[in-house]
Design a protein around this ligand. Structure first.
Ligand code: NAD
Ligand code: TDX
Length: 331
């Protein structure tokens, strides 16, 4: 089996490559990554020169780079992680989100049409469903919840989903889509809530909580997301969307306090800062479909996953310090 993984130098993509390598040592993995600020080749250093692995620095929007690579590699499966992924950056500068997240997805799917594919998997997000009110804990996102986006980021991801479903209907491209809740774990760029708070707390710096910190996210350990994608690419049905989440809703403030406690840092580091524009209140995934159809269930409980994650950041200071001082760009 030959798999192209786009965005494999980022957080979830790299974890997915490690997951694949361990479970299917015979698969050939080709990683395409533009190495934006979020891509870090250092993350892949253990696998870069190994057999059955190839890294290609390329932009998924660049047909002149993507098409010849598909012609040469003839992949069986493409898993598209490559994206601009940070909501706050999308509010500052939407355009690159539209470019990478929408056009890039189309370029990849066009290459799949041209060279044939067994599966194109689009890694989407629960944010395409918008948000849920805090006072209705009985409500969850299902695959039938209509897209209803809040940020340029989530709008670009929803657009890519619609395009993928259209390519399935129009060209019979064997597409699947996963919509996962918030991930956490090793190698997450320290701009996202959990790694930012860990790194700042370790450096005794302020912990910026947007607004009151009562927004709720549904957290999933990254390896459980990788496991879900593995099940979908091998056993999922063409044209289907699968929600992925582990019923682990937490308020931002509770996460930040937990990180302080685990690190032995005072809560006085917490600072309330201006709220995010259009800030989604609550995400909550109903994962009944992927459980019933593919047998997926998460393995890692939050109380264990967060400890593993905190310890990883404690033990891999050089990984995130090279991001803070910019040295990672030279790797
Ligand atoms: P990330 O920002 O850590 O990594 C993105 C990777 O894509 C980086 O390596 C970057 O260099 C690469 N990239 C960006 N633009 C590119 C381009 N034009 N061409 C090639 N490569 C490019 O993101 P992540 O958190 O690992 O998210 C991966 C995917 O999962 C995204 O599609 C995101 O929407 C989705 N997702 C993320 C979460 C989460 O909690 N992080 C949850 C659900 C879904
Ligand atoms: O400094 C911060 N302070 C803060 O209060 C940051 C960075 C975030 N927050 C809040 C905003 C959110 O309510 O924490 C929550 C989580 O924020 P992010 O880590 O930025 O994640 P979120 O906006 O929920 O989006 C994430 O999950 C869905 C990923 O970044 C997306 O790529 C994914 O699709």
């Amino acid at each position: 089996m030959k798999i192209i993984v786009t965005g494999g130098a980022g957080f979830i993509g790299s974890n997915f490559i490690f997951y694949l390598r361990k479970k299917y040592p015979d698969y050939r993995i080709v990683c395409i990554d533009k190495l934006t600020y979020a891509g870090n080749l250092h993350t892949l250093k253990g696998i870069l020169n190994s057999e059955n692995f190839r890294f290609v620095k390329a932009d998924i929007c660049d047909r002149k780079a993507v098409d010849p690579l598909f012609a040469e590699e003839r992949p069986d499966i493409v898993v598209n992680f490559a994206a601009e992924s940070h909501v706050d950056r999308s509010i500052e500068n939407p355009e690159i989100f539209l470019q990478t997240n929408i056009i890039g997805t189309a370029v990849l799917m066009d290459a799949c049409r041209e060279y044939g594919i067994k599966r194109f998997h689009q890694v989407s997000t629960d944010e395409v469903y918008g948000d849920l009110p805090l006072d209705r804990p009985d409500l969850f996102f299902t695959e039938r919840t209509p897209p209803h986006t809040s940020s340029p980021y989530s709008s670009s991801k929803a657009s890519a989903d619609l395009l993928a479903l259209a390519y399935h209907r129009t060209y019979q491209l064997p597409v699947t889509i996963s919509r996962c809740s918030n991930n956490y774990g090793p190698y997450q760029f320290p701009e996202k809530l959990i790694p930012l708070m860990i790194v700042n707390a370790l450096n005794d710096k302020p912990l910026p909580v947007y607004g009151e910190g009562i927004n709720v996210r549904d957290w999933l350990y990254v390896e459980d997301h990788c496991k879900a994608i593995d099940m979908i690419i091998h056993n999922g049905k063409d044209g289907e969307v699968y929600n992925v989440g582990g019923h682990n809703e937490m308020r931002n403030m509770d996460i930040v306090k937990l990180i302080c406690k685990e690190l032995g840092k005072p809560e006085s580091l917490i600072e309330h800062v201006t709220d995010r524009k259009g800030h989604d209140m609550r995400y909550a995934i109903d994962p009944a479909k992927i459980h019933a159809e593919l047998g997926w269930l998460p393995d890692t409980k939050f109380e264990n996953g967060i400890k593993t994650t905190i310890n990883w950041y404690i033990n891999n200071k050089n990984w995130w310090e090279s991001i803070l001082n910019g040295a990672y760009r030279n790797y």
